[in-house]
Design a protein around this ligand. Structure first.
Ligand SMILES: Nc1ncnc2c1ncn2[C@@H]1O[C@H](COP(=O)(O)OP(=O)(O)OP(=O)(O)O)[C@@H](O)[C@H]1O
Ligand SMILES: [Mg+2]
Length: 456
């Protein structure tokens, strides 16, 4: 006698025959509501069969010149720095992935984007799988992001989020985070690669169908890459990374991929207790007091396509032990070691018996070789205890022969230097580190710092 096989998928859609292990309110296949019932109740439905694919023409292919783009103008998010990073605004139907370290401020930034959009008359649905609606509301109260057009849903089930989208009909959907949402169509727990793929693919399909822009928050792994399947980055149109040092309030938003604009734009933000604020002109953020102090030198660095003045500071003191210390912050340690060797060999600045400390102002990281010359001048003037004139900036990479090499986007950097009042820019036109130091020495002054030190 044949025994009855246990049903593999106990729930079945009465409309299309789709099966699922878990009961859901909406069919994952035909998207009908309330049609999923226990399998025994729908036993009469024939299982779906995979048939050979026959050619079919739905919408016919059209010449590219006939494609209408007027229906997809970019919309401003209300935050100019966010728009700048996206390439000039939010494209309807765009899928944007925002990644960043835990606690960097992803939810705060997106809540601000949501509030600004709501203020501009666009309805926003913020689906939070990580925090309760009350938690998000508390943040909104703190950052001034309360608005009637901003809808919150504390939800982790994909079908339910889609139900909210149907009900609310938002102009912007925010999913915080994609790793917390799960679909009954896929196996595994939320965050599992197959789940993340399924959730993202379904939401992106909905985004394209409805011309609804979606922003997903994506977790990062320990090494800083986006958690989950690599395909997630391929699926979305834009990948942004939100980053910043925990010790400072400065945050940068960068694009790693953008189907609608360049990827070298950087947005600057300030995280405060009252939320996130744009920093449209970060020119003066990375500068010190401006008084002449021995051992400081300004360079013009590039952050994305932005040229920014950054102050490099150095301190040299006689070493207390047999091995002098080289301590750096915000600059590359091997690069500083090379510059110290160069100074000794090519410019007769000997710090071999000194402890050398080098740092940048404002916690900015100077990783490009264009900062070499400023680092060298800062160390040399720290040793000579003479201050570089306040209107001098130095831009250049140093070669091992002591020559100053040109940097990328030199014209833009010089333009920014002159805009900010730096009258003398020392760069590759001054051929070597030796002649650059001669130039600095000719105009250097005694630092004003000594007289300011209070007596204890
Ligand atoms: N009451 C508060 N006052 C001031 N700053 C706060 C307050 N609460 C949170 N913050 C700041 O907001 C940051 C957290 O921001 P947010 O929750 O947006 O980060 P997140 O990137 O979304 O983090 P997660 O990865 O945990 O979701 C904290 O690190 C803290 O600096
Ligand atoms: Mg968050």
């Amino acid at each position: 006698m044949a025994t009855k096989r246990p049903t593999a998928s106990p729930y079945r859609c009465t409309e299309c025959g789709w099966t699922t292990l878990k009961w859901v309110g909406r069919c994952g296949e035909c998207q009908q509501w309330g049609t999923v019932v226990e399998s025994t109740e729908s036993a009469g439905i024939a299982p779906r069969r995979v048939t050979a694919i026959a050619p079919a023409v739905g919408r016919s292919a059209r010449p590219i010149t006939m494609i209408d783009t007027t229906s997809t103008p970019r919309r401003t998010s209300g935050i100019a720095e966010f728009d700048r990073v996206l390439g000039g605004g939010v494209v309807p139907g765009a899928a944007i992935l925002l990644s960043g370290e835990p606690g960097v401020g992803k939810s705060t930034l997106l809540l601000e984007v949501a509030a600004q959009s709501a203020r501009a008359g666009r309805r926003v649905l913020y689906a939070s799988g990580e925090e309760s609606a009350a938690q998000v509301r508390l943040r909104a109260e703190r950052t001034g992001a309360l608005h009637d057009e901003l809808f919150l849903a504390n939800e982790t089930d994909l079908a339910t989020i889609l139900g909210h989208v149907d009900e609310v009909e938002p102009d912007l959907l925010i999913v915080d985070s994609v790793q917390t949402v799960s679909s009954s169509l896929s196996d595994g727990l939320a965050g599992h690669p197959s789940q993340v793929r399924e959730v993202a693919a379904t939401l992106i399909r909905v985004a394209k169908e409805r011309a609804l822009p979606i922003v997903f928050v994506g977790h990062v792994t320990k090494d800083g890459s986006i958690a989950g399947p690599r395909i997630l980055e391929h699926l979305v149109d834009v990948v942004c990374h939100f980053e910043g040092d925990r010790q400072t309030s400065l945050r940068f938003l960068r694009t790693l991929k953008n189907r609608f604009g360049p990827t070298d734009e950087v947005g600057c933000f300030d995280m405060t207790g009252a939320g996130i604020e744009e920093v449209p002109d970060p020119s003066r953020l990375f500068l010190g007091s401006g008084r002449p102090v021995a051992g400081t030198c300004i360079t013009i660095a590039l952050e994305g396509r932005r040229a920014l003045p950054v102050e490099v500071q150095a301190l040299t003191v006689p070493a207390s032990g047999p091995n002098p210390r080289r301590v750096v912050s915000g600059v590359d340690s091997p690069r500083v070691a090379m510059i110290i060797a160069l100074l000794e060999k090519r410019a007769h600045v000997d710090v071999s018996k000194d402890d050398v400390y080098v740092s940048t102002v404002g916690g900015v990281r100077l990783v490009e070789p264009g900062a070499d010359l400023a680092i060298a001048i800062a160390i040399a003037t720290a040793k000579s205890e003479r201050a570089v004139r306040h209107d001098v900036a130095a831009i250049g990479e140093l070669s091992l022969s002591g020559e100053i090499r040109p940097v990328t986007q030199a014209a833009q950097r010089r333009h920014e230097a002159s805009r900010l009042g730096y009258k003398t820019v020392i760069d590759e036109r001054t051929s070597s580190i030796g002649s650059a130091l001669q130039l600095v020495k000719a105009t250097a002054m005694a630092p004003a710092a000594e007289g300011d030190i209070p007596e204890f």
